[in-house]
Design a protein around this ligand. Structure first.
Ligand code: AMP
Length: 386
């Protein structure tokens, strides 16, 4: 049995209550999302109705899906023309939005291309000229293409400005103006921003029509309350590093994630041997044992709980000070979920990830997904090559 308790059970709103079509619900099911996040609950129905929207939300809140889901739905069955443009400040975010469109359009094919600077121009030109439903772009490179008439926005219906505050910080205001001038006035505009300085407000007044403002709190945001660190360590020294970290500093309650059940048991054995009281939680444990481990962890009897992915989603344990990814999560989404267990409710938490040489690529993918680099911390004697 899966002990998952989705974050959002409180008011039991499901994706199917938001007006999303079956192909999207199927894709969400495949993605393993059980319930919409607050920004999704608020923004999706409004966006589906064609309203202009200002979403005040940052990375980690599920904001990307809150605009890509309605966008894909509105494209269903329509003519093959460029009907949506998403502008993002960075190449990382551009790729992340594109990935998200691919994910949600699994059963409702949509053509989407990312367009950003620093890479070959011609493949983008070819793709744009062939025609696509959705263009996700950084402003500078898109403007180049517009000036060369590689792309035609005559039929554009929806404009999304993602991380508008960052785009302005990066000095993209003139480019944004020149791009928006070439887009039909009669359109839907969605603006997302983590903050609302006067410049962003002004942008909203200029580009949006009677927008609804949706604001969500900072809960479980990957960017704010959690301090991330990656520890490079050879695979065979991970156990030693864990014992070292747990005995060197005061870690009150630590949730450790391992990839496999046997891995979890091994870690518990090693910790117990080193005098650290730990319990395991995975699918091979009886329900009774799992409940007991969780109770002991919550009451503070158990300092360390070692869990596999099954125990991960929705496990809402307040007061966790540390999450340690003993193995790098296979899916970037899992990283966000795992560290969502710490740093809740404005408390701060640390998220450490042990990275062996084989896992470097996976960490890079995670960094692209969360849109930030995670600092590397080397512990003398445990780093690669020792
Ligand atoms: P974002 O805030 O858009 O960067 O999304 C943060 C992460 O949450 C991404 O990895 C998404 O795949 C994931 N995510 C988005 N919506 C949900 C949901 N309703 N349930 C679980 N995870 C989600």
């Amino acid at each position: 049995m899966n002990p998952t308790i989705p974050d959002t059970t409180v008011d039991e709103i499901r994706f199917s209550d938001l007006g999303l079509a079956q192909p999207l619900l199927d894709a969400l099911h495949d993605a393993g999302y059980s319930a919409p996040t607050p920004i999704q609950r608020e923004a999706i129905p409004l966006a589906l109705r064609g309203r202009d929207l200002i979403g005040l939300a940052q990375t980690g809140t599920g904001k990307t899906a809150s605009f890509t889901l309605p966008m894909v739905q509105r494209l269903l069955g329509g003519p093959r023309r460029t009907r949506v443009l998403v502008l993002t400040p960075t190449r990382e975010l551009c790729l992340q939005v594109e990935e998200s469109v691919q994910k949600y359009s699994k059963y409702a094919p949509v053509d989407c291309i990312p367009v950003y600077g620093g890479v070959g121009y011609e493949p983008q030109e070819k793709a744009l000229r062939r025609g696509v439903d959705v263009v996700v772009a950084t402003p500078g490179r898109l403007l180049d293409h517009l000036e060369k008439r590689n792309v035609d926005f005559t039929y554009l219906e929806t404009l999304v400005l993602d991380e508008a505050d960052r785009m302005l910080d990066m000095g993209f205001a003139p480019q944004l103006n020149r791009i928006v001038e070439q887009i039909p006035r009669y359109r839907q505009t969605l603006l997302f921003s983590a903050t609302m300085p006067p410049e962003v407000e002004a942008l909203g007044r200029k580009y949006l029509r009677k927008p609804v403002v949706v604001q969500v709190g900072r809960r479980s945001s990957a960017a704010t309350t959690v301090t991330h660190a990656v520890y490079p360590v050879p695979r065979h020294r991970k156990n030693d590093l864990l014992v070292h970290l747990l005995t060197a500093a005061d870690h009150d309650s630590v949730l450790v994630f391992t990839r496999t059940k046997s891995g979890a048991d091994r870690v518990v054995r090693d910790l117990e041997r080193a005098g650290v009281h730990a319990g395991a939680m995975h699918a091979d444990k009886s329900q009774k044992d799992r409940v007991k481990a969780l109770d002991d962890f919550k009451s503070g009897k158990l300092r360390v709980l070692v869990a596999t992915d099954i125990a991960q989603r929705g496990l809402d344990i307040s007061g966790i000070t540390h999450v340690i990814n003993f193995d790098v999560p296979q899916q970037p989404e899992d990283y966000v979920h795992r560290i969502g267990r710490t740093g809740r409710a404005a408390s701060t938490g640390d998220a450490y990830t042990f990275m062996s040489a084989e896992e470097i690529g996976m960490v890079r993918t995670i960094e692209r997904t969360i849109g930030q680099e995670i600092p590397r911390v080397s512990v003398p004697g445990f780093d690669f090559g020792t």
